[in-house]
Design a protein around this ligand. Structure first.
Ligand SMILES: Cc1ncc(COP(=O)(O)O)c(C=O)c1O
Length: 389
């Protein structure tokens, strides 16, 4: 590996634990066949791996349904969020969401509104980046079908009070979907305690799986229909797509090699312990914030490192666009960050950083104190260029 200092873990975790890569290679070498389509030994073994991954995730997210088939795999969180929004909403329905959503929620909402199918309202956040559950309650109307919320902002790093929002949804009798793309594998996610009906997760971030993995977890008594139709490997004579789990949410051959890696990634996270990983990442985040605060030209957004934050820090250097800062960090210092609007334009509007966005540092389990010192030095270097010019 090069000397690259990777601080873009909110985009995708890198590197992955070596056991994940070894597991994927081993799966493909030893039993990488199509599961569930046949009764021969290798197919059964591949099917057992898939079931094992579903069981693991069902438990990991504490789905009150306790039915591992209600874990439906998808390509990523975006695909799962599309399935959720399109799968539960009917013509005339209203959806409540927030300004902190990723485009993987905003765009389906806009598209469906433009097609005349649904209407929606977006609830804003306070100056610290937190959504007030009572604002969500106030936005719910008689025709509201779904509340869909980003659990952890990939821009502000703020974690929303998922339990309080869940209590509002339960009281109002609306479906509650939570996007845990940024929080799964970082903090415990508890569907049962928080009254979450539908969860969208991605595999390639803090769950430490490969890209091309993710999915939705569906709670008990949630009416959801298929939004794509095709092969399921079973009941081939049935003319329409199967209406029971996991087939409701799955079509075609599964990404078995990816799911084998995801399963090992989740096991790795459990072996390390969520608390230990989080402490490591938040200690480094605190070091990063404290270092950046020492540089007068650096402006930080929603900086915090207590329980309510992810290891995500957005910053800008006075006089530089985020693109320029990111380029200097990359070219001069070999530091990988993410620049721009991070697929969440309204979150940037909340902090006044549209249209140019910010530089985002996001810490992962393999980062070290030296990486953070290099990042602070890199930002100090950018700031010093401003002083010279
Ligand atoms: C909050 C949030 N939701 C959804 C997504 C989409 O995830 P994926 O790239 O797996 O589709 C991301 C990705 O960055 C995200 O941060």
């Amino acid at each position: 590996m090069s000397d690259l200092i990777y601080l873009d873990n909110a985009a995708t975790a890198f590197p992955k634990p070596p056991v994940v890569i070894d597991t994927m290679a081993g799966f493909y070498r030893d039993y990488g066949v199509n599961p569930g389509r046949s009764g021969y030994d290798l197919a059964v073994e591949a099917g057992l791996m898939l079931d094992g991954a579903r069981r693991l995730l069902d438990r990991f997210f504490n789905n009150p349904a306790q039915d591992f088939n209600r874990v439906c795999f998808a390509l990523n969180a975006s695909a799962a969020l599309n399935m959720i929004i399109q799968g539960v909403c009917h013509p005339g329905d209203h959806v409540v969401s927030t300004t902190l959503e990723h485009n993987s929620v905003l765009r389906p909402l806009y598209e469906m509104e433009q097609a005349g199918i649904i209407t929606h309202d977006l609830v804003g956040c306070d100056g610290d980046g937190f959504v007030d559950p009572q604002d969500i309650a106030a936005a719910i109307r008689p025709e509201t079908r779904l509340v869909i919320v980003n659990h952890g902002s990939n821009v502000l790093g703020t974690i929303q009070d998922a339990a309080a929002i869940g209590a509002v949804c339960r009281e109002k009798g609306v479906l509650y979907a939570l996007d845990v793309a940024q929080t799964a594998g970082m903090i415990p996610v508890d569907m049962a305690a928080w009254n979450v009906d539908l969860l969208a997760f991605t595999g390639h971030k803090s769950l430490m799986g490969p890209t091309g993995t993710g999915g939705m977890v569906v709670g008990p008594d949630v009416p959801i229909r298929s939004t794509r139709w095709g092969g399921t490997g079973v009941k081939s004579a049935v003319r329409t797509h199967l209406d029971y789990f996991p087939y409701v949410g799955e079509v075609g051959t599964a990404n078995t090699v990816g799911i084998a890696g995801l399963k090992r990634g989740v096991e790795w996270v459990e072996e390390q312990g969520l608390d230990a990983i989080r402490k490591h990442e938040m200690d480094l985040t605190r070091k990063l914030i404290e270092g950046l605060r020492e540089i007068p030209e650096v402006k930080l957004y929603c900086d915090g490192w207590d329980d309510r934050y992810l290891p995500v820090v957005c910053a800008n250097v006075e006089g530089f666009e985020s693109m320029q800062t990111g380029e200097i960090l990359d070219v001069e210092h070999d530091i990988a960050t993410r620049i721009g609007l991070h697929c969440a334009p309204l979150a940037h509007a909340e902090i006044g950083t549209t249209p140019k966005g910010t530089v985002r540092f996001s810490v992962g389990p393999f980062n070290t104190a030296e990486h953070i010192e290099a990042a602070v030095a890199g930002m100090a270097d950018v700031a010093s260029m401003r002083r010279v010019s």
